[in-house]
Write a protein that binds this ligand. Sequence first.
Ligand SMILES: *[C@@H]1O[C@H](CO)[C@@H](O)[C@H](O)[C@H]1NC(C)=O
Ligand SMILES: *[C@@H]1O[C@H](CO)[C@@H](O)[C@H](O)[C@H]1NC(C)=O
Length: 375
Amino acid sequence: MRCPLRPLRPELSLALAVGAVTLLVLLSVHVSTPPSCLVPEEAPGAPALGTWRPPPAHARPAPCLANTSVAAHPEFAGQPQHVRNFLLYKHCRRFALLQDVPAEKCAGPVFLLLAIKSSPSNYERRELVRRTWGQERLVRGARLRRLFLVGTASHPHEARKVNRLLELEARTNGDILQWDFHDSFFNLTLKQVLFLEWQETRCANANFVLNGDDDVFAHTDNMVTYLQGLDPSQHLFVGHLIQNVGPIRVPWSKYYVPPVVTQEERYPPYCGGGGFLLSSFTAAALRRAAPALELFPIDDVFLGMCLQHQGLRPASHSGVRTSGVHVPSARLTSFDPCFYRELLLVHRFLPYEMLLMWDALSQPGLTCGQQRQVF
Ligand SMILES: *[C@@H]1O[C@H](CO)[C@@H](O)[C@H](O)[C@H]1NC(C)=O
Ligand SMILES: *[C@@H]1O[C@H](CO)[C@@H](O)[C@H](O)[C@H]1NC(C)=O
């Protein structure tokens, strides 16, 4: 569970409008290219830019059918659509990979793998993450690698559009992992599990993983400093620790989980899904636990269940603020870069805010102690 819902901010509406226009421009540009370039999985011989290659056709499992016997449950019919979909399809765990990253992504040592959950249409957020804290680079000798984890849109027309967008991004940036399932809130657990499975064969050499959302500001330099003191072959799972909570039973909540999904009234301790860090040891433990458990619709709670299954505990890091920022003193505003110098990750940044904060933190002459403000 991330943070309470907020009304749409005016800046956000503007960002959405700008996003829609950008998308239209992108698509109209794309339409003028030969049709053979549009559908990579049907044109395996098509010339690829750089090292990008379409994923092999054999990676396409048969479509998973709904488990219609769940509809016999007396509470099924009264549930909202997304809950019914979850129940009908939660046994489905194999989905084709529509976009993969170049084989060289994890060649050589990788210190920190940034695995960022993103919705297909969040193009601007991905662009800003690429340009700011998610830049693939060396930080004091430690190599950072970036991936975006995405599904598809549920509406077929929308799906065709975003699939083209993601193909374009994959070719240009080599950082898109896309699976052929509907990218919805209740399918985030599926996304998490599929990523861990992918990582086992494709990037198991990463010492640490940052799993997070595309609307966080991650202070990746600070993360490297923190992680360089730790051993990747030991358990590590840190973030914003949430304990002593249970399912929300009110149907209008985004986090609504009815008894037909779980009878449990308590969740195990877990870290808020906005962003958390784990070691390669713990990624392997989660990979062992996931197949043994039924999928649970709230992804961060599911990871708490996996940790519990393995006899491990999540921990708190005071530098991870996924439920808003408590500004430590009246002299500091929440956009003071000096305040962010101490943090690892903060939730809910607009794309332009990311750019401003990144720029402010990158100033060599950043002196703290006197009041400064980015905006
Ligand atoms: C389908 O649902 C029924 C009733 O909940 C359950 O007993 C069965 O195991 C499910 N089948 C699969 C393939 O998950
Ligand atoms: C999850 O994805 C599958 C495959 O696309 C879809 O059938 C199902 O409805 C989705 N579940 C939810 C809760 O969106």
